[in-house]
Design a protein around this ligand. Structure first.
Ligand code: FPP
Length: 286
């Protein structure tokens, strides 16, 4: 959080939003469905690939802002197991973009102490993409800052199926298949990123109210935030707005939450101060 404020000055248009964020209640894990690249391109009469290309900038700025805020994990949905259904030329352009991003961004990831990882059936990726991905994963492995998980060739259902199959294979190899009993904890520990906590905040751009097979197991109690902004237009301000909105939610996890004790999710004075700040700057929480 301190690093973000140090990178801004009070004249910056995101200053009020940044100072409205409570540093003690940051989401530990933010997950994002980066949607709307195709529509962004269509509105400009450009090929879909131009939309994906324009989506690289917001990836860069979101990673940087999360690193400066001190967020622990950021998961970005880059390519789903269903995305292979798209035209071959679009799929190949996405691989080229990913390789470009990995090559170009490595020094910046290192500067920000970011550790890059991947979730999904990475073994099915084209060889050169897999090799370059593994190289960046290895090069950033000792960084201790933000962990960025790129969901590539990822599907929530395949992840759960892979976890269950791993449990069966382990039990078979240890000759205890007949007594195997699977509980929630056993599945959680075999997911692609078992060390990462469940997302606190799930953001989807472009206004669609769908989960699209993303982190199905992990989002049981995530707070969902949808913005109409298309991914190529997603700015640091949009990310900060999502975090401010998240901090106003009363997370109940099936219980009664803070309201039951006569408390609001945030102290009333803090909420009022945030609203004043945002109103004064002419911004809205959308
Ligand atoms: C969804 O928009 C977006 C994708 C399938 C790809 C996401 C890729 C990027 C943001 C490019 C850069 C990524 C990295 C990690 C460097 P869509 O094509 O479904 O948009 P539409 O719904 O408007 O058609």
């Amino acid at each position: 959080m301190k690093a973000l404020l140090e990178s801004l000055n009070p004249d910056d248009r995101d200053w009020d939003l940044a100072t409205a964020i409570d540093p003690d209640r940051l989401p530990a894990h933010i997950a994002i469905i980066m949607d709307g690249n195709g529509r962004w391109a269509r509105r400009r009469a450009l090929p879909r690939v131009a939309g994906h290309r324009a989506g690289v900038g917001p990836v860069r700025s979101t990673v940087e802002t999360c690193a400066r805020l001190g967020i622990e994990c950021l998961t970005l949905y880059a390519f789903s197991v269903e995305n292979w259904k798209r035209p071959k030329a679009e799929v190949e352009a996405l691989w080229r973009l990913l390789r470009y991003y990995l090559r170009k961004e490595l020094p910046e990831l290192q500067r920000n102490g970011v550790r890059l990882q991947a979730i999904g059936r990475v073994e099915e990726l084209p060889e050169r993409v897999r090799e370059e991905l593994e190289e960046v994963i290895a090069e950033t492995a000792s960084n201790r800052g933000l962990r960025v998980y790129l969901a590539i060739n990822y599907g929530g259902r395949s992840e759960i199926a892979d976890a269950v199959n791993a449990l069966i294979a382990e039990a078979r190899s240890e000759d205890r298949l007949s007594s195997l009993r699977i509980d929630e904890d056993a599945i959680s520990r075999r997911l692609y990123a078992p060390d990462c906590c469940d997302p606190d905040l799930l953001i989807r751009t472009s206004g669609e109210m769908r989960i699209s097979n993303f982190l199905l197991w992990q989002i049981a109690y995530s707070e969902f935030y949808v913005t109409d902004t298309l991914w190529p237009d997603f700015t640091r301000g949009d990310l900060l707005r999502a975090i401010v909105a998240y901090q106003r939610r009363d997370r109940r996890y099936g219980g009664l939450g803070l309201e039951a004790d006569g408390e609001s999710a945030a102290p009333v004075s803090v909420v009022a101060a945030d609203e004043d700040l945002i109103a004064a700057s002419g911004m809205s929480l959308r």
